[in-house]
Design a protein around this ligand. Structure first.
Ligand SMILES: [Zn+2]
Length: 570
């Protein structure tokens, strides 16, 4: 079966090489290439999903994409020719939901990601604290909710690792925080402190004393006491993150929750010529405020748009996450005393804000995880379109963990782009231990229903949500086509109906990501006239078994024809 498929794919390649005689003709305008990549397996992601053998670049633009025979006339004395020897080339990746600056700053903080037991987590934190005796606070992130009973680590535990200073470690999903006793005391959190709106202080069932874990907005009680990173530290963090993204083939992002600190860091890099990604920033909103914040967003859009950065989107958090019971569901969680979770915005307020933002020409980027949050978000867009008439807004909803089946066709109907984080779509401990039980089997069928959304004809984009989960698109691509963990051996898929085609998920990471950012005429596919945003991979993703896709690596990344990453082996 597989080999038959490969045969089909190869014959398609030949056919598309013929089709690309048109592209060949278009390039014959006497120009000489600066750079030629030849003898490759180049998947262009054009509308016909054509394969070609060669691509030529001049002044950062693609001047030819077609058969090897077509490049001869484009070679001049100074043309650099790269032999691909059959290697795969793709348009460079677009990450449609990422927190680059936070991820980059986190790289210099305490990181306990993928540490599997409480004892090891504490050992890591202790080691970090010992190595950084001058830091007044020990901060970091990455603890996985399933590592601790009820996702509820305690301050006494953290005291064992750090007792001389306040310490605060954020969970991997970024929705919970873990404080030691010194940090709780500095924040003034006692048993009399009330839960903030949209937040929860975890408490001992008997004594009602805070236990050390803070959910959602309750985290601000502590985070507001942590000395903020300096502007230069933020810029350095963003630079580190951008270089890391380039090494994974990413040259375009949507920054998913841009505060002024983040915007300033982008602007600093952009001004210094160090911003080697094209970025759309989704401006941060305050769920406690209503439409009165829109004027400030309009001002930021103008102030923070630069060469490679545009602040044209706005981020709204509609709800929290399922694992800690803060995602808004249509029907109750099965383990939380009848709770359905909370919406951050009552539906009328959300509709009013979305309508206003749409009218002001913003793209709205909503975080919605539970089926009620997703429905209310779609309702808000439907109402906004009734009021404002539909425009080419490319609004999107990110995460889309649990979609009620009746809402699946509405993405297409309302032209709302589905922004998935494909790496989440397998039965990891978050799903097995903290999601399937609280939802029950019937609802769980509709977790991350990527194929069902695609089938309706909706546009799908994809992102990492890094530093929540891995920034590497290759791993997420494998999960999307297998519905199994990136390093799990071959075996039964989790909800196999929702596996997607390799070409569909590649489109989500390339041309559709460009479309999301209103840049599909500029980037996202390998076509004459577009920027040479290209990657070379060491393996052809179509030629390796699906469960080995994660072994493939980006070995060369070009942004507008300029090298922004090269692996030593290439
Ligand atoms: Zn996010």
């Amino acid at each position: 079966m597989e080999s038959k498929l490969f045969e089909m794919i190869s014959s398609l390649r030949i056919a598309s090489v013929l089709i690309n005689a048109a592209a060949f003709a278009a390039a014959q305008d006497g120009r000489i290439a600066d750079l030629i990549l030849r003898h490759g397996a180049i998947y262009t992601m054009d509308a016909a999903r054509s394969w070609v053998e060669s691509v030529a670049v001049a002044n950062g633009r693609i001047i030819f994409a077609g058969p090897d025979a077509g490049i001869t006339r484009l070679v001049g004395p100074s043309t650099k020719i790269v032999e691909l020897s059959g290697r795969m080339v793709l348009p460079a990746f677009h990450d449609s939901h990422v927190h680059l600056m936070e991820g980059g700053v986190d790289m210099s903080l305490c990181n306990v990601k993928s540490v599997l037991t409480p004892r090891e987590v504490l050992a890591e934190i202790h080691k970090f604290a010992a190595a950084h005796p001058d830091r007044p606070w020990i901060t970091g992130s990455g603890w996985d909710l399933p590592v601790f009973p009820e996702a509820n680590p305690r301050s006494e535990q953290l005291d064992e690792a750090v007792s001389d200073r306040p310490a605060y470690i954020e969970s991997a999903d970024g929705h919970s925080g873990w404080a030691n006793s010194k940090a709780l005391a500095l924040a003034g959190i006692t048993k009399d402190t009330p839960d903030s709106a949209g937040g929860r202080i975890e408490r001992d069932r008997v004594t009602k004393q805070p236990t050390g874990t803070l959910r959602e907005s309750a985290r601000e009680l502590v985070t507001s006491k942590i000395p903020p990173a300096t502007a230069e530290e933020n810029a350095a963090g963003l630079k580190r993150a951008v270089e890391f993204a380039n090494s994974l083939g990413i040259v375009s992002v949507q920054e998913a929750d841009a505060s002024d600190e983040i915007l300033n860091a982008y602007r600093t890099l952009d001004t210094r010529g160090q911003l080697t990604v094209k970025a759309v920033a989704a401006l941060r909103t305050d769920p406690r405020r209503s439409d009165d914040q829109v004027a400030g967003l309009i001002e930021r859009r103008a102030r923070f748009s630069g060469k490679r950065m545009r602040a044209i989107a706005v981020k709204i958090f509609a709800d929290g996450v399922i694992e800690s019971g803060t995602a808004a569901l249509l029907d109750p969680y099965l383990n939380r005393g009848g709770s359905r979770g909370d919406l951050n915005f009552e539906p009328d307020r959300l509709t009013s804000l979305v309508t206003r933002l749409d009218r002001e020409g913003f793209q709205v980027h909503i975080h919605a995880i539970g089926d009620r949050a997703i429905r209310v978000s779609l309702d808000a867009h439907e109402a906004a379109q009734r009021t404002n008439r539909r425009r080419d807004a490319r609004h999107h909803i990110a995460h889309l963990e649990l979609i009620e089946p009746q809402d699946i066709p509405r993405f297409r109907e309302l032209a709302i782009i589905a922004n998935f984080q494909p790496l989440w779509a397998f039965a990891d401990p978050y799903v097995r231990d903290l999601t399937l039980g609280p939802l029950g089997p019937e609802r769980s069928r509709w977790l991350y229903p990527m194929a069902s959304v695609l089938k309706t004809g909706a546009v799908m984009v994809a992102g990492s949500d890094w530093p929540v989960t891995s920034l590497n698109p290759i791993e997420a691509i494998q999960v999307a086509v297998t519905r199994r963990g990136p390093t799990e051996p071959e075996g039964p898929a989790w909800i196999p109906e929702e596996k997607v085609d390799l070409s569909a998920i590649l489109a989500a990471y390339t041309i559709n990501g460009a479309y999301l950012n209103h840049e599909e005429t500029e980037t996202g596919s390998i076509e004459v006239g577009k920027a040479a945003d290209l990657i070379v991979l060491n393996r052809d993703l179509f030629k390796i078994p699906r469960d080995k896709i994660h072994e493939a690596k980006v070995v060369w990344t070009l942004l507008e024809g300029q090298e922004v990453f090269r692996a030593p082996e290439f």
